[in-house]
Design a protein around this ligand. Structure first.
Ligand SMILES: *Cc1c(COP(=O)(O)O)cnc(C)c1O
Length: 480
């Protein structure tokens, strides 16, 4: 493609994107395609000669778009959001154009220095300690894995990387029963063994029980295990429960354990001074990750990983083959030493665009509004006979179920599952579920970039209608 075609199609695509943003709420939120549909529509062999880009764009519209679930729809209330925004997309286009490889400072000094500055800005924006140092990772899963490996190295006097893990099967990790699956995956990948992730019971609000944590650690010590790391969560994926960092941190300090905080979603709420109670006890924290690519309007991928002691992180990951030796080593941040991959995208650019384009105050307003919407919805659910709120709502996520009086858990489970699927099949909204204590719970996350009260109210009307019509169908079947 020459630059004149590039220019022509580039304009077309920007126009396409602008129209998409304007109309995204009209698309069926969740793609309803059957498995294999897209594969079946694609040729088995690649073209041997080049094709017109028009054909690519036609197939994008006709084949690909029907198989897209619209995460940028304001009617997307599922999982946690993966928010994008216009400034983020524009900056991402520039990142793609530069195609720069940001493994070390020399391979693009601007990328390394902008990344360092953006991590400093995020510390200012979230009130995280100024002594933390940050790096952008591709995902919270990678950041948590990096934390677990660093904790492992520290606990084994930095010999495991070299010698292999001598204490395999004895080093232990602790996290609540509600912690994200990435902790378990990391425990396996980092060589601890998945069964050495000890799941700590939760309290009524689904946050970790510090007493149970301490007991588990003490039991392990007396049985010959080596406690190594605790992963606390701010904003669990199921219900956005918030683990209390201070008591957990005191336990970590007492037993010399690494404390990693998984704040993948909730970190963004730290932009609000009124939410900073979540980081009470931050002085005990060794590392923390949060995802601007979830709630902070910065398109995937952009995960902000902060560490108190960058030297331990670098000592864990640095490796210096001859071809990567530079004259500036030691004076600058070579981020390939701050995580697992060597190659790194220029991700700081979109973060810079988002923060500058919105400004901190507008970001705060948007996040505050999302929390207000969740609390408003929680109030409506509590006030509605036959609906139950299933967890506290500290952030942007409302957990609830429909259960007319007298209905048992088993029947409520199958009814709520039916309601959830029926709602998603309408294409008008998208909700996902969790299961806690054997109960099927619908989750509604009011944090998409474009969500407004109107979208939440429409969804709530649809939910109530679906619940009452499906439960009366169920009763009709019972009578038959
Ligand atoms: C989403 C989420 C993750 C995983 O995030 P990725 O960036 O997709 O790896 C981890 N922990 C929590 C609490 C999450 O909500």
């Amino acid at each position: 493609m020459d630059t004149s075609d590039f220019r022509k199609y580039g304009h077309d695509i920007v126009e396409w994107i602008a129209r998409y943003f304007e109309n995204v709420e009209k698309y069926p939120v969740k793609s309803g395609l059957l498995p294999g549909t897209i594969k079946g529509a694609l040729p088995d062999n690649p073209p041997s000669g080049g094709e017109s880009f028009d054909l690519f764009l036609r197939d994008f519209d006709e084949i690909i778009m029907p198989g897209i679930t619209h995460w940028q729809s304001p009617n997307f209330f599922a999982y946690f959001p993966a928010n994008s925004s216009p400034p983020s997309v524009l900056a991402e286009m520039l990142t793609a154009a530069l195609g720069t490889q940001c493994m070390i400072w020399e391979t693009s000094p601007a990328a390394a220095e902008l990344e360092e500055k953006m991590m400093d800005w995020l510390k200012v924006m979230t009130g995280l300690p100024s002594e933390f140092e940050g790096v952008i990772q591709d995902s919270a899963s990678s950041a948590t894995l990096a934390a677990l490996i660093t904790a492992r190295e520290r606990a084994t006097q930095f010999v495991s990387n070299n010698e292999g893990l001598q204490d395999a099967g004895r080093l232990r990790i602790y996290a609540s029963a509600q912690a994200h699956s990435s902790v378990e995956k990391g425990a396996g990948v980092a060589g601890f063994g998945r069964k050495n992730l000890v799941r700590i019971p939760v309290r009524d609000d689904y946050s970790i029980d510090p007493e149970a944590l301490e007991k588990a650690i003490e039991n392990d010590i007396s049985s010959g295990y080596i406690p190594c790391c605790v992963v606390a969560t701010l904003g669990t994926t199921g219900t956005t429960a918030i683990d209390p960092l201070r008591p957990v941190g005191e336990i970590c300090r007492k037993h010399n354990l690494w404390l990693h905080v998984d704040a993948a979603l909730a970190g963004t709420a730290l932009l609000l001074p009124e939410m900073r109670w979540m980081t009470d006890g931050i002085e005990y924290v060794d590392s923390l990750v949060f995802n601007p690519h979830k709630w902070m309007f910065t398109n995937f991928d952009c995960s902000a990983y902060f560490v108190r002691d960058a030297a331990s992180l670098i000592r864990t990951f640095e490796i210096l083959p001859e071809y990567l030796k530079t004259r500036t080593r030691g004076e600058v941040n070579d981020y390939r030493d701050w995580g697992i991959p060597l190659g790194r995208r220029f991700r700081a650019l979109k973060l810079w665009a988002v923060i500058r384009s919105y400004g901190v105050e507008r970001l705060q307003e948007m996040i505050r509004e999302h929390i207000r919407l969740a609390k408003m919805l929680a109030g409506l659910i509590e006030a509605e006979k036959d609906f139950e709120l299933m967890a506290p709502v500290p952030l942007n996520t409302v957990c609830f179920r429909y259960r007319p009086s007298g209905m048992g858990d088993a029947e409520a489970n199958s009814l709520n599952e039916k309601i959830n699927h029926a709602l998603n099949d309408t294409g008008k909204l998208y909700l996902t579920h969790t299961k806690i204590g054997g109960r099927y719970i619908m989750r509604m996350v009011t944090a998409q970039t474009g969500v407004t009260e109107k979208h939440v109210m429409q969804a709530w009307d649809l939910i109530r209608d679906a619940a009452s019509s499906l439960s009366s169908q169920d009763r009709a079947v019972d009578i038959d």
